[in-house]
Write a protein that binds this ligand. Sequence first.
Ligand code: DGT
Ligand code: CA
Ligand code: ZN
Length: 597
Amino acid sequence: MLSVDKAVVVKALKDLSAYLQLNGENAFKVRAYDIAAERIASLTDDLGAMVEQHTLTSLPGIGESIAKKIEELATTGKMSALDEIRAKFPPRILELMTVPDLGPKKARALFEQLGVGSLDELEKACQEQRVRTLKGFGQKTEEKLLANLAVARRAASSGGRRRLGDVLPQAEALLAWIRQAPGVVRASLGGSVRRQRETVADVDILASAPDPQPVFAHFQRYPAIGEVIGAGESKSSVRLKESDLQVDLRVLPDEDFASALHHFTGSKAHHIKLRGLALEKGLTISEWGVHRMKAGDNAAAKAGVAKHESAEAKLPIRDEADLYALLGMQYVPPELREDWGEIEAALAHTLPVDLITASDIVGNVHAHSTWSDGMNSLEEMARAAKALGLTWFTVTEHSQTSGYAGGLSIDKLKQQWDEIDRVNETVKGIRLLKGVESDILEDGSLDYPDSVLEQLDVVIGSIHQRYSQDEEQMTRRMLNAFDNPFLHIWGHPTGRLIGKREPAPMRMEEILDKAAKKGVTIEVNGCPDRMDLSPEHVRKALERGLKLVISTDAHSVSELSAHLPFAIASARKGWARVGDVVNAREVKQFLKAIRRS
Ligand code: DGT
Ligand code: CA
Ligand code: ZN
């Protein structure tokens, strides 16, 4: 049977769309390729089989012409339409589009008028002040481009940290592969990935098996591995092909698994504090397990001398809970192991035991459909949400000012309400609410008159354009926005894009104070490049008694499930409990909770 790598097909379709836009094709026409890429990415059927049976056109959004291109790629390894258009441009031109705020239109102008075809050439053109001479660019744009170029370089350099959103799917696929290896008893992710840090340096995986060698042999046969960079008795390191991501696998006897998993989950700061506590109880904790010290060892251990060889008994640790129990404290979930106060709380038995989980979420608050810049129709989104087990759902399209994202005029918004009513009648078992994601304008006002806003169930207010405001202006903008009683939820609060765009400058504590006073609910947005709020800010919000919504901000059916883990990660790392999250409640309670009294 034909084996087809979906990722290769998705990339080819996306590249084709990018090249067509560079070539001046209109964005609407080109969207078909992005929609098709999205279809393939979220496909659960076997792509190879569909190609062989010529059934690709049964997928919505995939017509004859795109199906042919996919079949050609799958069977010959080439997509001639892509090769042809690629040949018209310098080989590295798509790099330009990794620069924040540099879209296809600008990239095209830079190429056609200045011959810029790579990041290096763009840098040179900016430094030589040639960019500012182009129509529509100017000195300010040139300076901004130069700064953003540095951001793009940092993100691309393989030495840098990567977004959890890019790494987690690769890590999980690899973990599933390792679980298939001969003799594996248990296996888990470790390190910063298990702790759900928003950026990670590498992937740590631990497994237990009676004999490590067959596990390593299986590991090294993983198709996506580029090179093996280290192979020892109990550890093997590899680099993945496309992403250049480093993965360390450790394999141990099962009796050592839990303490090793604990050690290699970290964080270092959490461990250092735990070790101090252990010493006071006459225990040592290390990579090699938990040991009870002989009399006299204590001083040596405190002086930093490793004494595990001479220590008396190695204590059995079946799972991580045993380890915390030995220290007389509550179990600490991996996401909380950062020395952010979790050890003190676990000792006092005040650590939350009901942290929010994905399965607690019963409604979706923030999503987009083809009414604005989403990939799927409203009905498709509703059916997908229902299939995920949600009981209520809100589409929140962009508002009038966000013309670039298909923002809705008042007329369009009202037409969308009719469609929502229709879908509510045809799709049973899930309730669609009427909502909008309104821009928060420069002065803090919303993008529709109150007479429109008051008719909506859910109003998210978000900043999408910054107009280069400084901290004072941005803070004022938010404080003013909260004076509008129709704003229910503050969407992707800081506006950051991890590795691409810094959080907007604003006095967060002052803003959260006002949100608490005014009863505004705060979003934790799960777009993998946003993860906004951050865990630190989630905690600050919770300390003020604010409520949270866990959002996917899904622009397609697949993102409804793909984005959820990242919002949950941020929320859990910020110690959010089930009761703090308004979309872990049924629709009536949700609507009551977000209403501003
Ligand atoms: P990363 O890789 O920078 O995203 O962050 P981590 O936390 O995954 O760090 P990594 O991969 O260097 O090490 C994984 C875990 O192993 C770390 O969280 C704690 C443990 N570990 C590694 N080196 C040390 C060390 O020198 N002392 C202690 N106490 N623990 C260590
Ligand atoms: Ca790591
Ligand atoms: Zn948004």
